[in-house]
Design a protein around this ligand. Structure first.
Ligand code: NDP
Length: 231
């Protein structure tokens, strides 16, 4: 049995991670911005008492520090940075860039996972699994970018990849692993109705990749089906 902390746990892939980890008998710390409005998560926590819901806006670093202090007695096997925002809007590409939104996208998608890693490193180091995971995107890949656009989102996921690659190297001597995942194109609010797979398939694939992780894989960028992706 492991303890998994999941950000953005109230809907989409985060909610499905909670469902699958709890159903497999793990302890789940389900962090979301507004637990009062998280009806599906609350229903899941009723079904699985090992789901503990915590308030966390990942863009609010005081909240991150407060949660790390509140949980200071706990071990966390897998710190799962799932929360993310897209930000790009039709008609707001190059020439009309929305810099305020861009800064918010970078805060949520890049700064927050690093701040969470800093704040929760002691909890992760106390565990057996010792793993920090982030949901990135193939849209952060330079090699894959042949269609342009989505400047806010692409730059944030590319930045996340760069930061986590460094983190993986910096943490290797402490035997804490870092895994960068692409969930596939998934039918969620963010992925939209035309996504190629559903959340159940994406998350069960990513859980397999997480289960099979060993320190030799640290710093790798991997798709939900386990295949390696180009930077
Ligand atoms: P959704 O838009 O369905 O859900 C996003 C989640 O992130 C929500 O729970 C949302 O909470 C949360 N979130 C956003 N901002 C914050 C914040 N400041 N603090 C806390 N939580 C926040 O997205 P998905 O489930 O599809 O995506 C999950 C991850 O997977 C993201 O990182 C995304 O970039 C990545 N991804 C998704 C793909 C897809 O096809 N779906 C493809 C590639 C990557 P709230 O309800 O409060 O807004």
């Amino acid at each position: 049995m492991q303890t998994v902390l999941i950000t953005g746990a109230n809907r989409g892939l985060g909610l499905e991670f909670c469902r699958q980890y709890a159903a497999a008998g793990n302890q789940v710390i389900a962090a979301c911005r507004n637990p009062v409005k998280a009806e599906q998560l609350a229903a899941l926590a009723k079904q699985y008492p090992q789901i503990q819901i915590e308030t966390l806006d990942v863009a609010d670093f005081n909240q991150i520090d407060a949660l790390a202090t509140k949980l200071s007695h706990r071990k966390i096997d897998v710190l799962l940075n799932n929360a993310g925002v897209y930000g790009d809007q039709a008609g707001r590409g190059f020439g009309q860039l929305d810099y305020q939104t861009w800064a918010r996208v970078l805060a949520v998608n890049v700064l927050a996972p690093l701040k969470l890693a800093e704040a929760f490193l002691p909890h992760v180091q106390r565990s057996d699994k010792r793993l920090i995971v982030a949901l990135s995107s193939l849209m952060g890949s330079m090699t894959d970018n042949t269609s342009g656009g989505s400047i806010l989102y692409r730059s944030s996921k590319a930045g996340l990849n760069a930061a986590l690659k460094s983190l993986s190297i910096d943490l290797r001597p402490t035997a804490v692993g870092v895994l960068i995942l692409h969930p596939g194109w998934v039918r969620t609010d963010m992925g939209g109705p035309n996504g190629l797979i559903d959340a159940e398939e994406s998350v069960s694939g990513m859980r397999k990749v997480i289960d099979n992780f060993s320190l030799a894989d640290t710093g790798s960028f991997v798709k939900y089906d386990g295949s390696a992706l180009p930077w």
